[in-house]
Each structure stands twice: as structure tokens, then as C-alpha cells.
Design a protein around this ligand. Structure first.
Ligand code: C2E
Ligand code: MG
Ligand code: MG
Ligand code: MG
Length: 292
């Protein structure tokens, strides 16, 4: 993993690489101070319009730039952020950061780009979550249609009544709700029927086994067809090779996301890469491999 991702020293540490870190007594203290020490970053991964090689928007993904360990991916620290409730201030920071970034890109001429923001279950219990998000968008003069709120089925299931109410409020306010990691939860079809989701993200585990597995291919096609009949958009995440891409285009998937196109990259890299492209209308960012 480290070797694969770690070109130019930008390795992202993942907990499966070592068990030492989370049992480190300094871990909680470090994580507690990470926000005020400005060690969190949002990295961005593009979502492409299928076939057209054109950027549709970006998903904001949290990173912890640890002074000794380097850049850490969320599975190293997100569970602790959630357990301690720290995800609430971090989430507030993240929405502010994401909106400021989208404002900046918009001012650079990327008026149509959307921004996908991941919401965790703990944030659903934050009483002012709706106000915080709507206020922050307004502060940066961004329409709610620019923001896609990604929730997983398990997040929604934690308290289904409240989730429905909150997501309906977001939906009525013009936000797009996206069902993340679709297919991995326990009640996929229930979620589709009760949540006001307009987008569905097929979990990357299905994509990973797709070229070889006939079953996975059929499941993905079925998910796309269900989404179609519900007039939802479909995103495939975790696309790593051309075969997967070709199959998903053939299946009429709307948006594509994965290492094949670009890994998540720091914000500072985004306009630089996009603007490098010479064509006026088609925005093609070259595949980024040196960042994880
Ligand atoms: P997710 O929302 O399902 O995000 C997709 C994950 O897949 C990201 O992992 C991304 O880096 C990774 N990915 C993208 N393309 C590929 C690919 O082609 N192959 C493979 N193997 N992986 C790919 P990441 O960044 O480690 O994030 C993990 C999870 O952490 C996210 O899953 C999301 O649930 C959560 N997360 C990330 N940022 C935030 C945040 O700001 N707030 C909250 N609440 N959760 C976040
Ligand atoms: Mg997501
Ligand atoms: Mg996902
Ligand atoms: Mg996930």
C-alpha cells in the first residue's frame, strides 16, 4: 500500500499497516489538538461525467497531516473522532473549508462544479447541523445545488425518523442527497424508498470485482437500472482500470470516480492541473498518481 501510494513521500498511512498507532497513549491527545493546530486538511477527488472526461465535481476527503506520521487517511482516526464527538467541530471546520474552496474555484470560472461532503451519523445528532451548513453556503454565496451531501445507509439507519426529517429539510432547501457505499448496508431498498436521495454511489467493492465477476456485473447493472427507474443519478466509485470504466459507461452510469482518473489531491493542486489543459471547454485533468 505505502509503496503504491507513497511516491514523492506523500504516503497515506492506513491503520492496517500497523497496530501501534491507535494504542499509542499520545494518540487521543494529538487528535484532540489537531484542529487547533491546523493539522486537518481536505483533499479533493474529482467525479467525472461518464464518457466526456469532464469534471463534474469533487468529493472532499478528510486528511490529518500528522507532524510525525505524515498524512493520515480517515480510517486511522475517523472512528475516534466519532466516538469522542470531535467530528462535530471538525465537520464544522470541514464545511467551512469546502465552501471556501468551492467559492475560489467558482471565482476561477468553474461555475458548474459540485462539491460532495461526507456526513457521519454523529453529525446527524448535531442540533444545528442544518443551520451550520446552510449558513456556511450562504456566507460564500453558493447555491445549495452545488453541494452534495453523502450519507451511508448505516448513518441514516441510526435514527431513521430523524434522518428522514433532516434529509427532507436539506432536500427541500435544494441540496442533493447521495447514498454513499450503496449496496453494503442492510436495507438498501428501504433506504431508496424512504430517503429523498437523488444520487446513489455504488460501493467500490462491487466495482473492484466487476471485470471478473459475472455476479458483480449483474448487481451493478441492476443497481443502475433501479436508480434509473427512480430518476436518480448514479456514481461508481473506486474505478481503477479501463475495463471497469468501459463497462460502467456501457451500463449508462452517470458519474465516474476512482484512482484511474485521479487520487484525492490537496486543493492547491486542483486548479493547477485543470487549467493546464489547453482546450477551452473540455476540462481534462491528467490522472494523478503521485498523490494518494
Ligand atoms: P467514502 O466517502 O466512501 O470515500 C471514498 C473512499 O474511497 C476514499 O477513501 C477515497 O480515497 C477512496 N477511493 C477513491 N477512489 C478509489 C479507488 O479507485 N480505489 C480505492 N481502493 N479507493 C478509492 P478515504 O479518503 O480514505 O475516506 C474513507 C472514508 O472516510 C470515506 O469513504 C468517508 O466515509 C469517510 N470520510 C472522509 N472524509 C470525511 C469527512 O470529511 N467527514 C466524514 N464524516 N467522513 C469522511
Ligand atoms: Mg463519500
Ligand atoms: Mg463511498
Ligand atoms: Mg466508504
Amino acid at each position: 500500500h505505502a509503496k503504491q501510494e507513497g511516491r514523492n513521500g506523500w504516503a497515506v498511512w492506513r491503520p492496517e499497516m500497523s497496530g501501534i498507532f491507535t494504542t499509542d497513549p499520545g494518540f487521543h491527545k494529538d487528535l484532540n489538538l489537531a484542529l487547533e493546530r491546523q493539522q486537518f486538511e481536505l483533499w479533493y477527488q474529482p467525479l467525472y461525467l461518464a464518457e466526456r472526461h469532464e469534471i463534474h465535481g469533487f468529493e472532499a476527503l478528510l486528511r490529518w497531516n500528522h507532524p510525525e506520521k505524515g498524512v493520515l487517511a480517515p480510517n486511522a482516526f475517523l472512528p475516534t473522532l466519532e466516538k469522542t464527538g470531535l467530528i462535530i467541530p471538525v465537520g464544522v471546520w470541514a464545511i467551512e473549508q469546502a465552501c471556501r474552496q468551492l467559492r475560489f474555484w467558482t471565482d476561477q470560472g468553474f461555475h458548474h462544479w459540485t462539491l460532495s461532503y461526507n456526513l457521519s451519523a454523529v453529525q446527524f445528532e448535531q442540533p444545528d447541523i442544518f443551520e451550520v451548513i446552510t449558513r456556511t453556503l450562504a456566507k460564500y454565496d453558493l447555491a445549495p445545488s452545488r453541494l452534495i451531501l453523502e450519507v451511508t445507509e448505516s448513518t441514516a439507519l441510526k435514527n431513521l425518523e430523524c434522518s428522514i426529517e433532516l434529509l427532507n429539510a436539506f432536500s427541500h432547501a435544494g441540496f442533493t442527497i447521495s447514498l454513499d457505499d450503496f449496496g453494503t448496508g442492510y436495507s438498501n431498498l428501504l433506504m431508496l424508498s424512504v430517503l429523498p436521495a437523488r444520487e446513489l454511489k455504488i460501493d467500490k467493492s462491487f466495482i473492484a470485482s466487476m471485470p471478473e465477476s459475472d455476479k458483480s456485473r449483474k448487481i451493478v447493472l441492476t443497481i443502475i437500472n433501479v436508480a434509473r427507474s427512480l430518476e436518480m443519478k448514479v456514481v461508481a466509485e473506486g474505478i481503477e482500470n479501463e475495463d471497469q470504466k468501459a463497462m460502467l459507461i456501457e451500463m449508462d452510469c452517470d458519474y465516474l470516480q476512482g484512482y484511474l482518473f485521479s487520487r484525492p489531491i490537496p486543493a492547491s493542486q486542483v486548479p493547477w492541473r485543470v487549467l493546464q489543459d489547453k482546450s477551452d471547454r473540455q476540462i481534462i485533468a491528467p490522472a494523478v498518481t503521485e498523490y494518494s
